[in-house]
Each structure stands twice: as C-alpha cells, then as structure tokens.
Design a protein around this ligand. Structure first.
Ligand code: GLC
Length: 744
C-alpha cells in the first residue's frame, strides 16, 4: 500500500467519530455572506476538531491564523481546506463568466483563472467554488450570469480551461487551488427561471446538454464537485444517488470530493425527502456528498443516523478518506502555510504588527510580507483589460462606432446610473475585488479622450422611481456630439437569488432612455447586465448598442478601447437574445418538430402574436470591419467511423480595418433514429484577418464526435448524411453548408 494511503489509514484509525464528522464539515467565516446563515469565527470548533474546513475568508494573516489553530492546537493537527467563490477573479476582477464566454477563447479563459488562482492562493486560499458550468437558457434566472451560456460544448470547454487555470499541472503547487465544478446538474433548467425551483428535464436532455460539461471537467481532473440546490424530477441533487454516485462517480469516474451547496443537506428536510437531520445526513452521505457546507446536518445527524443503522461508520470513513486525500494532494500536510504570506526578504509591503497572527507556529510569526499578487499589478490589470474588451459585444452599429477621435475637441455626454458605478461593473461574484480599484465607464472615457469634454448625468438610479434627474440629463444630451448611455443592472440584480420576472431595464431607466433619445443626438447605449435584457426602446432608437455584461476591474478602459476602435470588437453572444420574454427558453439547439414554424401557416410551431426568431442569434456580434465567410471545404465527402474530417472555412476581410472573426461550425443531422437538434455546435474558431486579406479557419472533427444517443439513450453511430455548416452565428439563413456521408 502506498505511503500516502498508509498515512491516511493510520490517521483515520486515530480519529474519533466527532473528528471524522469534523472533516466532513465546512463552516462559513465572516468575510463574505453567500447564504442564509451568517458566517462566524470557529476557533474553538477548529481546535476541538469539529470544524475541519472553512470558506468565505481570505488574506494571508487570517488564513495563517486559523490554519495555525488547526495545525498547532487541534489534537490531530489536520490542516483546513479554505475555500472562496473565486468565480471571475479574486482581487483583479475579470468579466462575469457569461461575458468572458463571449470571447470564445479557451486560452484566455485559462489565463484569467491562472491569475485568479495565483491571487487567491497568495491570500491563503486553497480551494475555489468554480467553474460554474450550468448550461443556461433562461434570462429570468439570475445565475445565467455565472454560466458560459446556452450551449454544452461552450460550457464544457469553458470548464476545462478554468480547471486547468485553477489547478495547474499539480494542485500541490502553492499558486494553485482546488477547483469545484458546479452546480451538478441541470440547475439552469429551474422552472420558469425561478431560483432554487424544481427542474423537469428529460433523461435525454440531461445526457445531451446538462451533464457533458461535468464529464469534461472530471476528465480535466477537477478536484471537487458541488451538487445543485434543486430537485430534478423530485429527487434533490444533494441526495441523487443515480446521478451523484452512479453517473458522476461510477460513470464519469469522479474520485474527488463532493461538497454540498450552502445548507443544502439540511434543506433536504424542506424538500420533503428527510424528516430530520439524521435522514438528511444519511441521504446525502449515501449519495456521495462528502462535505456538509454550513448546514451542520452531518454534525447533528450522522451520530443519530449511525445509531438508527441508516449509515455505517465505514460509509463515513469513505468520505473522510476523500477529504484527507484532497488535503494531501494540495500539499497541506507537507506545508499548511505554503499558500498565503510569503516569508520575509522580498522588498514588499510588510504586514503591520497588528496583522501578524497572534498564535501559531514560530515560522508564521516571522515578519510576513504581502504577496505582490494580492495587489493589482500592471500585468494583472492588462489581462483584465484584454478580457473585458474581448467580452464586450457590439450588437448594433449604424456607423457611429468607432468614435472619430482624429478630429479635435468633441463633446461627449455620459448618461445613466451605471456610467460612474464601479461596483456594478464588478459583477455578482466579485471575490476580494474592490470597487475603488475598478475603472468606471466615465473614468475610462475621460482617460481615452483627454481633449474632449466628457460630462456626466446619472439621470436616474438603477432601481429607484425618482425621475427628477431625467430633464437635466436630456438637456445635457441635447448639446452633445455623441451620447454614451450606460444602463442595466447593478451587481445585486443578477447572480444567485436574483431571478427576474421582467428582465428588462430596471427602475426608470426606460424613461431616461426615451428622454435622451428625444434629445435627437446620436446615442451609443452600453448595457451592463448578467443576462440578455428585453429592452425594445434601446434597440429601436440607439445608433449603437454594446453589451458589456459586467466587465470587471478594467471596465472603463476596456469600453474606451472598444468605442474608440483601439480594440476591435470581437465578442460574440454565448446566448440567444430573445425578442420577447414569451419566447423563453430560446436557444439554437432546438428540435425541428413535425410542424416547423411558418409565418403563413396557422398549423405550425409559431406564435400568432409575435416572432419565433430571436432579436439576436447565438454568436451574434459586430466587428468594425466586414467579414465574408466561405462555404466550408472538407477533405473528404465520405467519413468512416474511425476517421477525422478536416474542415476549412475561408474568411475574407472586405473592410478597411483589421479584425478578429469567430467562425462557428455546426452540424445538422436531418434524418436519424431520433429527432436531432436543428444545429449542434462543433467548433468556434477565431482568425485574425488584416484589412482586405483572407485567412482560413480550420477544425478537425472526429467521426466519433458525431455519435449520438439513440433509443434507450444508447450511443449510436448512424450512417447517413450530415451537413457541415459554418458562419458568423447560429442564424441558420446565413450559414453555408456541405454534406458529408457517414459510413460504418
Ligand atoms: C452559494 C452558491 C454556491 C457557492 C456557495 C458558497 O449558495 O450556490 O455557488 O459556491 O454558496 O458560497
């Protein structure tokens, strides 16, 4: 037996039941609130071994202090897991995932995760609760903001890139943290977009859409998984033996730690599948949930469950082993203080004496230095600025963009409640990010246009009813050469617990917009939101519309880069943008039905009072130049089961500016043993094309990737014709295709 196994066996052999359950307990500290129960300090519980893991804390001093209690003062000296929601940055905040997904660049996604991990580990953390890879197709659901959008192929690649960024080649590296793929699974399908509601999803759709990103994350080696709050067809995910144990661990081969969501084990009682803590604890443990996050149902319920025979101590030992193995893999037994404050010697800021841990091992009490990466350095900021610019999507442009900054003085008026709100641009999981370190849209525009006059009028607040500022804003707009109208959501209006019945412009922003448009000057509307907004006035009357999502610390500089053309707008929508809320859920991968929508046919899958087509399709986004996409060229017209198809798409830049094109490659299997989606995304290939030049996007597509789930959900490779389609978005009318014959 390997040394590590022996060490873990010996340790488990020495543990009392209370200490074992302590390793299965994670308590919230009080540096952030992310759930219904307030956090606390847990020094005595760490000391007596009944709390073996913490979250919602950060900082070299505090993490060193509590780790020292665990390592120096508890009976067995087992180090703590210390986690935090580093979802889109730690101190340097990057775009929210839905925004970063718009960059369609796994390399960028990995680089920002790497930076986030370096900053989080420098703050003493060894675990993050990310990536969130829940496919999301309903803008009423606030957590669409945290996802990589509507498609499983995108969420899969987003999740893999994030896991690689967080975990590196070995999570023992003190600049790495354990990732946590969440929320397993189908959370994005909550009924009517209502947070925490039930999800009714067919087995087929679970297997084809909601589970693949988690399989990909497991194959990428993700260290932990978090089951979701909801029940799937009546079985809460936290107790879902079929998916948590059989599919995730048995089928996907996941051997890591499953950490419940916040109080989710205790909430099995509210779900109605457990009468008390003992039944809730037994149900979750037997489903393979190893750690009870903040509910303390394991602490209260497992001893009783044991006495009732609902679980055996061997079942508890299985989970204890997985937790200890994770701590071992993280290198915590070797050096529990490797992450966090670095030893004295570097010419950095030295923590004030008051910040030094009052107790703990002698070496921790040396003069500690704050690791430079816990402050935003120029390199970190440059990455934030790149990611933010590449997350922005130009939805509409009548030619007003890019701004003509070549002439002398211009008069720019920046209007709206988000214009100078650095908090709104940090988004819903802003980690250790500081609003005062973020660059607002106004600040960025003033820096970029030093010779212009740039005036501000908030007009209204984000959600208030006060309209008294509208007249002044409209009057200011009337005297402008161009207006930048900054509207949308504050960070509190999206993310967890932020489902919206009417995902449009909050408060009196539409009234402000109407008055500004009536002033008669060209208006560039910048939307900051965690979801596609249903805002017809914006799209009917703006000269240009930029979807900025929530761009993070570098928001203002990135927006200025886009509006002035310093950066070519290469962002493309990772979600379909509904024309009407009644269309939701709307996404490109729908099935054809037996009566496809036809405007002039009552007896078809249409609406009688509005369009079936979205306002903007998945993949939509304008550049400042004009790309022309050729018909895909394939290296063979017959593809056998063990072969790979080489696909090439020519992209011509017919405009006057260089730009970055994203070529989306889909397949359509029109006739098969089950009805197949109208489009299936197989690739998103970016090519930089100089003005007037031609480049080629290339994709290798293995025949086996065209297998699908037949009757009984059995994987099938079916001979027959498959169409390879390519273009700038999922707008079917603009895709060009070529048929390929699949043969056994
Ligand atoms: C929250 C979220 C989850 C997060 C956890 C810890 O309730 O659902 O995504 O990681 O609690 O903060």
């Amino acid at each position: 037996m390997a040394t590590d196994d022996k060490m873990i066996d010996a340790l488990i052999g020495r543990m009392t039941l209370a200490e074992k359950i302590g390793q299965l307990t994670m308590a919230s500290a009080n540096m952030a609130t992310t759930g219904p129960l307030e956090g606390n300090t847990w020094d005595s519980e760490i000391r007596d071994g009944t709390v073996g893991n913490l979250f919602n804390l950060f900082g070299p001093a505090e993490t060193a202090r509590v780790q020292a209690i665990a390592v120096e003062q508890s009976r067995l000296g087992i180090p703590l897991l210390m986690g935090f929601d580093v979802v889109h940055g730690h101190r340097t905040i990057f775009p929210i995932p839905l925004g970063e997904a718009a960059a369609f660049d796994p390399d960028l996604w990995e680089r920002t995760a790497r930076q986030a991990a370096a900053e989080a580990s420098a703050d003493g953390l060894n675990m993050t609760f990310a990536p969130m890879i829940d496919v999301a197709r309903d803008p009423r659901w606030g957590r669409i903001a945290e996802s990589a959008g509507e498609d499983h192929w995108v969420n899969s690649r987003f999740g893999v890139a994030k896991v690689r960024g967080f975990e590196g080649d070995d999570i023992a590296d003190p600049t790495c943290v354990a990732g946590c793929a969440k929320h397993f699974a189908g959370y994005g399908a909550v009924t009517a977009g209502r947070e925490y509601a039930s999800a009714e999803v067919s087995e087929r759709t679970m297997e084809e859409v909601y589970l693949p990103p988690f399989r990909a994350a497991v194959e990428a080696g993700v260290a932990s998984i978090m089951p979701a709050f909801h029940d799937l067809a009546g079985i809460p995910m936290t107790a879902h033996v079929g998916l948590m144990r059989d599919r995730l661990r048995g089928g996907f081969g996941f051997t890591g730690v499953a950490v419940s969501d916040y109080c989710a084990i205790t909430e099995l009682i509210a779900h109605g599948i457990a009468a008390d803590d003992a039944e809730a604890a037994a149900a979750a443990l037997l489903a393979g949930v190893d750690i009870d996050m903040m509910g303390f149902s394991y602490a209260r319920g497992l001893p009783v469950a044991l006495s009732r025979g609902l679980v055996r101590e061997a079942d508890i030992d299985v989970s204890v082993r997985r937790v200890l193995e994770l701590k071992l893999r993280l290198g915590l037994f070797r050096d529990p203080f490797a992450r966090g404050a670095t030893r004295a010697g570097a010419a950095n800021v030295v923590l004030a004496a008051a910040e030094l841990p009052s107790s703990g091992p002698a070496e921790v009490r040396e003069p500690l230095v704050r690791n430079p990466s816990t402050a935003i350095g120029p390199r970190d900021y440059a990455l934030a600025r790149e990611a933010a610019a590449r997350s922005m999507v130009v939805l509409v442009n009548d030619g007003v963009l890019p701004l003509d900054t070549s002439r002398g003085l211009g008069r720019l008026v920046v209007i709206g409640p988000i214009a100078d709100d650095p908090g709104a641009v940090l988004g819903s999981w802003s980690g250790a990010g500081l609003a005062e370190e973020a660059v607002s849209y106004l600040a960025g525009l003033r820096k970029a246009l030093p010779h212009w006059s740039v005036d501000l009028a908030p007009g209204v607040s984000v959600t208030g009813d006060d309209r008294s500022g509208i007249a002044a804003a409209a009057a200011l707009a009337a005297g402008a050469d161009v207006v930048v109208l900054c509207l949308g959501e504050s960070a509190e209006l999206n993310g967890e617990g932020a489902s919206r019945l009417d995902p449009g412009l909050p408060g009196r922003q539409a009234d402000l917009a109407a008055a500004v448009f009536d002033a008669g000057r060209p208006v560039i509307t910048v939307l900051t939101a965690g979801r596609p907004l249903i805002a017809p006035i914006v799209f009917d009357r703006s000269a240009a519309v930029v979807m900025a999502f929530a761009p993070g610390t570098a928001a203002g500089d990135a927006l200025a880069d886009i509006l002035t053309g310093r950066a070519d707008p290469s962002g493309r929508l990772p979600v379909t943008w509904p024309a009407k809320l009644g269309q939701v859920p709307i996404y490109f991968g729908q099935r054809p039905t037996g009566r496809p929508p036809a405007d002039n046919n009552r007896y078809s899958a249409r609406y009688i009072d509005g369009p079936v087509a979205p306002l903007f399709p998945f993949g939509h986004g304008l550049s400042y130049t004009t790309f022309h996409y050729g018909t895909p060229v394939v290296d063979r017209t017959v593809l056998r089961r063990d072969e790979t198809l080489q696909i090439t798409v020519e992209v011509e830049n017919r405009g006057g500016l260089a730009g970055r094109a994203t070529v989306f490659i889909f397949t359509r299997d029109a006739f098969a043993s089950v009805a197949r989606p109208l489009l299936e995304l197989r690739g998103a290939v970016q090519v930089d094309v100089p003005a007037g030049d031609v480049r080629h996007a290339r994709l290798a597509l293995a025949a086996n990737d065209l297998m699908f789930l037949g009757h009984g959900l059995s994987p099938r490779f079916e001979p027959g014709t498959v169409e390879i389609l390519a273009g700038a978005s999922a707008d079917r009318a603009k895709l060009l295709g070529v048929p390929v014959m699949l043969e056994d």
